[in-house]
Structure formats: C-alpha cells, structure tokens
Write a protein of this length. Structure first.
Length: 485
C-alpha cells in the first residue's frame, strides 16, 4: 500500500530522509504550502520560493497590455497533473485533472489586477503566490498547491533521485524523461530533463519532504481572510483611506446580509482596495512560526491516521471471517458486506483505536471515513466508482456490475449538524441522479450522546428497521481490548 512496502524499505529510513511515506493506492489529502517555503530556515526552500515569484512576475509582464496566443497560454499557464506524488484532492486514485484552460484563464486575469506590485512590495516582506486566491475567484487552495508543485518539480525530482540512488536497488528504479522541469528565461520555454526515479509499474514516484506539507488550507487563504476582514481596515494608518473603505463596505453589504451577500461584498471591497490583502499577508508573515507548527501537527496526525493506523486496520480487516468470499445477491449485498467488515474491525478488533490518541478523539472529517472504507474493497469483483457527481452533489461510492445492478454508499459522521436532513433526502436525491434504486447509509458515532442522537433521528424518520442504514460504534469507553477477549 505504501512506498516503503512496495520498495521494501524500512520506514525509518524514509522518515530520516524527511520524506512522507505516500500511499501507492490513492492520493492522500496533503498539500504543498508555498508559505512553508518562504518561512523555512532552509536556504534551498527560500530559493524555491524566490523562483516561484520570479516565474509569476514573468507571466505578469508577458500578460500586461497584450493578448497572448493560445499556444503561449498553454505553454506558460497550463500544467499537467503531477500524479506521481500521490498527494492532493483526488480521492481513491492519483488521477487529477491538472491545471487546464480554466486555471490559465483565471490566473491570466488575476495577474494583471492583483500582482502588479510583485517584487516591489512596500507592505509585505515578499511576494506571495497565494495572493492570487485572495481577491478574485478561480484560483483555490488546491490549484495553489498544484501550481507550487509544478513550479518546484525540478527540486522534487532531484530530491527523489538522490533517495533512489542511495536506497533502491537498480531493478527498483529507472531513467525517465520529465517534462516542464525548469523554465529557460532566454528561450522562454520549459525544458525536459532525465532522472533516475523509483519505478512503479511503467511510471515513477515522486517523494515530497514532510516539512513542505500541510493538510487543509494553505497558511494564507481566502476563508481566513474573510473571517478576519473587518479587523483589517483598523491596521491602516491613513484615516481617510480607512473611511473610504468603511463607506464602500456600507454600500456593498446590506444591513442584514446573507452569508453569500457578505462574502460578495467583501470580495468587491478587496478588488476595490487590494491594499487590505497586503495587510492581511503582512500579519500572516509575522505569525509565520505558527504556520510551521500547525502544519507539522496536522501532517503528523495525517501520517498516524493514513499510514500507521491504516496499516493496522487493513491487517485486522484481512482477518475478517469471510473477507475472501464473494458476496451473493449483487452490489447491495456486497456493499453491505464491505461496510460490515469495517464495522466488525472497529467494534470488535480494536479498530476503534485508530480514531484516538493520548489527548482523546482525533479530529475527523467524513472524507477520512471514505478513505478507510475504500481499503476494504481489495477483494471485489465489482466496479467501484468513487466520488460520483452528477450535478446534484457528490456521493461517496457507486458500486456496479453492469448497467442493471448499481448501489450507492454514503458515509456520515454522527456529529454532522445536517445528519437528519442528509439521511432523509440526500441519498434519495443521489439515487435519482445516478439512476440507482439501492443505497447504503453509514453513520459512525463516538460518544453515548451521539449514539442517542442518531437513534432518535432514525426513529423519527421511521428507519429503525431499515437494514440499509448501518451504524458503527467507535466509542472507546465501552469496549474490551480484543487481545483480552
């Protein structure tokens, strides 16, 4: 499942090298944060950040006052998905969409509006790529991470090559020609270079240093800016400008705005007064050490959950009594069987332990449960299509055997504030959208209070006898260790 398993490496060797032990089954939800390069004490990371800004300035200068051809837009702005690092938003595989035309268009438009002072900042210490996602829409946190990964691709390839030459056998590595590795400013074109890299079937693997990674938002991000927006004008020393901003705010945001109206008004104000974004970034720079500490904590927890704990979980799942038996009765029976494997391990084989640390319950998201559930599908004969989206929102899994036998699986945390509405409507909508008649609804709870809430919701909805609703008890205060049973 993991790099060290596949290449038969002691995990301590990889950890000592500083690289994350990626899964070779599916992307893990970790991202490169360019701020961690800027704030690093490592000279090579600071150099990478400077090189990123240099390229952004090149794009800005080329964009100013001229219309670029489709060919140049494609060459300079569009980048393929770097699937070989096995990190990002793509769930249950490593095949993302890359940075295509929509990204190129948004970046091209944002550059001339937002980045006209790149390299000449008077408020912030340095330019920041993340500024592109603060003022206008179209460039989000996932694309910032993907863009950063592409712009430091040469460093990551050299980093991986060094490890491969030191620790992998000759038959475990191969020489690959890699595109868009370095930008040549004389020819204004990207160059191809060759590297000796870990061989995974007919492709290669890229390793990523742990101290570049975070989970969730980048340190500089629009959601955080919006939360803190009303404090920013107070940082301005120019009283006249401060009054102009407050006056403009009062014009674009109603007295009792909806969340959408408030967000739209703040975005308009940022576009009118981009200096506010500079003061936000300045404050984030001053608190840069927090970024490194928070990212380290998040990545450490992700490593424990998705690597250490998942390895334990998979081992226990493989001990499930009927794991190798093919389920009869079609996809609905098989989907339920796979849920029962996970339920059995969590409730009876110490599997619940993966959700806890010394401080208590580990913070979970529903996507974490989806990743865990995906691991139970190693023995299926069905086609398991994850994160299906037919215009009415995503569903976690669609299990199918041809056009006539299809079932859906949806996971929910008992703590979800919309659980009752979700159980009542959500999967029914998905079933209609996906032309599926069968669905399994899975809810996991961690406390007695959550259990009571779920049972009340199920009773209120008349789902008490519904075998398509499966509850998983992940409490840690009501179980004996399997080793003592």
């Amino acid at each position: 499942m993991y790099f060290t398993d596949y290449f038969q490496i002691d995990p301590r060797i990889l950890y000592s090298y500083g690289a994350f032990n990626v899964s070779l089954e599916a992307d893990l939800p970790l991202f490169i944060d360019p701020f961690l390069l800027f704030n690093s004490k490592k000279a090579e990371y600071q150099k990478l950040h400077t090189e990123i800004i240099t390229y952004i300035r090149f794009l800005r200068d080329k964009s100013a006052g001229q219309k670029l051809s489709a060919g140049l837009i494609k060459t300079w702005y569009q980048f393929p998905e770097i699937k070989q690092n096995w990190l990002g938003f793509t769930r249950f595989s490593n095949r993302g969409s890359g940075l295509g035309r929509e990204f190129a268009k948004a970046l091209h438009e944002n550059l001339t509006i937002i980045c006209n002072d790149f390299g000449d900042e008077k408020i912030t210490q340095q330019s920041h790529l993340e500024k592109l996602c603060l003022i206008k829409d179209g460039v989000g946190r996932d694309t910032i991470s993907d863009f950063t990964t592409n712009l430091i691709k040469g460093y990551l390839l050299e980093y991986t090559q060094t490890f491969a030459l030191q620790h992998l056998r000759p038959d475990q590595r191969a020489r690959f020609g890699c595109s868009k590795v370095r930008f040549n400013y004389e020819t204004e074109s990207w160059e191809v270079e060759f590297f000796e890299l870990p061989l995974l079937e007919d492709d290669y693997v890229i390793l990523t240093p742990i101290d570049m990674l975070t989970r969730g938002n980048t340190w500089i991000n629009k959601e955080d800016l919006i939360k803190r927006f009303y404090y920013l004008p107070e940082a301005l020393s120019d009283e006249g400008l401060r009054d102009q901003i407050n006056n403009y705010l009062n014009r674009v945001i109603p007295l009792e705005p909806t969340q959408a109206q408030e967000r739209e008004g703040i975005t308009k104000t940022l576009q009118k007064f981009p200096i506010l974004a500079d003061y936000y970034i300045k404050d984030k720079e001053l608190k840069g050490d927090e970024a490194s500490a928070i990212s380290k904590e998040l990545v450490d927890k992700a490593q424990k959950l998705f690597v250490t704990h998942v390895a334990f979980l998979v081992q226990k799942i493989m001990e499930s009594p009927d794991i190798f038996e093919v389920a009869e009765g079609g996809t609905l029976s098989e989907a339920k069987k796979m849920v029962r494997h996970l339920k059995w391990v969590i409730e009876n084989r110490d599997g619940y332990r993966i959700f806890y640390d010394n401080q208590g319950l580990v913070r979970l998201e529903e996507e974490d449960l989806q990743i865990l559930y995906d691991l139970t599908w190693s023995q299926t004969i069905s086609d398991v299509n994850r994160e299906v989206n037919n215009g009415r929102g995503p569903v976690d899994f669609k299990v199918s055997r041809g056009a006539l036998d299809k079932s859906l699986v949806e996971f929910k945390l008992a703590s979800n504030s919309q659980l009752k509405r979700n159980l009542q409507n959500q999967v029914e909508v998905y079933k209609e959208a996906n032309d599926v008649e069968k669905a399994v609804k899975v809810v996991i709870f961690f406390t007695q209070k959550e259990k009571e809430r779920v049972l009340k919701i199920i009773n209120d909805l008349g789902l008490k006898e519904d075998t398509d609703v499966i509850l998983i008890d992940a409490r840690n205060d009501n179980k004996k260790s399997a080793s003592k049973v």
